[in-house]
Design a protein around this ligand. Structure first.
Ligand code: SF4
Ligand code: SF4
Length: 419
């Protein structure tokens, strides 16, 4: 395992981090907890020392299972990362309450890497107003957290604004060879690195889409390459090739994926890809571009939209339906993220008010209004407003229920019994 250093603290983190977001399922349904625990411990035994979770993952179950996985001495072997969900925060007191619940669920007295979750402009402004920075200062001072950071899914300008607003230790961004210019993008990565802020990368394989069943034409690019690597290995090596990247988080829930990622992480040095390697990846990227339903480069010249539509993100989700037709999560993620269920205000395609401003600016001359209509028909269908309302209620209820069940479970857990 290779390790990279957090610039401000000197902390040595494994280049491969374990994302506890997509846990293995039993055939009959439900999370296979024992397998999830075995998998994480195996990765730790083979050098992984960074594990990341959040209250929203599996409606709060991820933190509970991770707490169990880190029993038996494993807590001391890892840096633990979890997140404050802005959508559950309505006061300064909520922040302390949520962190206290997380410490209890995770069975620890401190979180090594604590993040404000999935920030965008609105959620950032809200947390600032409610005193999140004072909360982070206080939690660092009294030892409940060690490093303060944030995860991010919005645009580069907002990313820079947040980076400049606080003495962050680290941040977490989506970054992969298809999203080089989306969200924070390469500009954001290099900006954070220039400020000595560690960058953890999520979605290095776009939720697994850049591995496994890649489109045939993309697979042909990899098959023709002089070096034989799987699609996953190509994708991961591209991310690790960037010196500004500290940890790459992979949501590993298959033993074979863990083995492969551990193997690749042995040699994934910065700037280790050759010109020939980069040419193969460029070919794969251009092939994806040809398959695109909308040839949006993610330049964001059309933003902001006065109606709040996140135009490039709408097109990124729409293009996913062509790249990865087998992926059933894409529509759900679209509704969760652009529907404003978590993270930020709604920004889905159906909000377009047809002012035409974006089309006058787009350098690709995309008929944006027509394309957004297609996005809306494909990914939203009828009743988007009602669906958002129901999902928000269901997610809020599920999280509350998990908290109650977690409390009951912990009361009877061996950790809480007198020796
Ligand atoms: S046409 Fe629609 S998407 Fe474009 S700027 Fe106007 S409201 Fe926004
Ligand atoms: S201006 Fe055009 S190419 Fe650029 S992000 Fe907007 S839609 Fe995409």
């Amino acid at each position: 395992m290779l390790y990279r250093t957090v610039p401000k603290t000197g902390d040595k983190l494994s280049v491969l981090g374990f994302g506890y977001m997509r846990l293995p399922k039993k055939e009959a349904g439900g999370i296979d907890e024992d397998r999830a625990i075995r998998q994480l411990r195996y990765a730790i035994d083979h050098g992984v020392n960074y594990v990341d979770t959040a209250p929203i993952y599996h409606f709060g179950k991820s933190e509970l299972i991770l707490g169990r996985a880190l029993d038996d001495g494993y807590r001391e072997k890892v840096r633990l990362a979890t997140k404050l969900p802005p959508w559950s925060v309505f006061s300064r007191a909520d922040m302390d309450r949520i962190l206290a619940e997380q410490l209890e669920k995770l069975g620890t007295d401190h979180i090594d890497y604590y993040l404000l979750h999935s920030l965008g402009k609105e959620s950032w402004d809200k947390l600032l107003r409610l005193g999140a920075l004072e909360f982070l200062d206080m939690a660092k001072k009294d030892g409940r957290i060690t490093n303060a950071g944030f995860s991010f899914h919005s645009n580069t300008d907002t990313f820079k604004e947040i980076i400049d607003a606080y003495n962050w230790d680290f941040c977490q961004i989506q970054f992969n060879y298809l999203d080089e210019h989306n969200q924070a993008g390469i500009v954001g990565l290099e900006y954070a690195a220039s400020k000595k802020i560690a960058v953890m990368v999520m979605e290095p394989l776009r939720g697994g889409n850049l591995a496994g069943h890649v489109p045939d034409d993309v697979q042909k690019c990899f098959d023709a390459a002089p070096v034989k690597r799987s699609a996953a290995e190509w994708g991961l090596r591209w991310v690790w090739n960037h010196p500004g990247v500290t940890v790459v988080l992979s949501g590993m829930n298959e033993e074979a994926h863990i083995e492969e990622n551990l193997r690749v992480a042995e040699t994934a040095l910065p700037d280790s890809l050759t010109e020939a390697d980069l040419a193969v990846l460029e070919q794969a990227r251009q092939t994806y571009r040809r398959l695109m339903k909308v040839d949006c480069t993610g330049c964001r010249y059309c933003m902001p939209c006065p109606a709040g539509v996140n135009i490039p993100e709408c097109f990124a989700f729409y293009n996913n339906t062509a790249f990865f037709p087998h992926n059933r999560e894409n529509r759900m993620l679209y509704i969760i993220r652009l529907g404003g269920i978590i993270g930020d205000v709604p920004s889905y395609a159906g909000l377009c008010k047809h002012c035409g401003k974006c089309e006058r600016i787009c350098p690709q001359h995309i008929p944006i209004q027509q394309r957004l209509k297609e996005v809306s028909e494909t990914l939203e269908g009828r009743g988007m407003g009602a669906r958002r309302f129901v999902m928000k209620g269901v997610m809020g209820g599920a999280l509350r229920l998990q908290n109650i069940l977690g409390k009951i479970k912990r009361m009877f857990s061996p950790r809480n019994k007198a020796p």
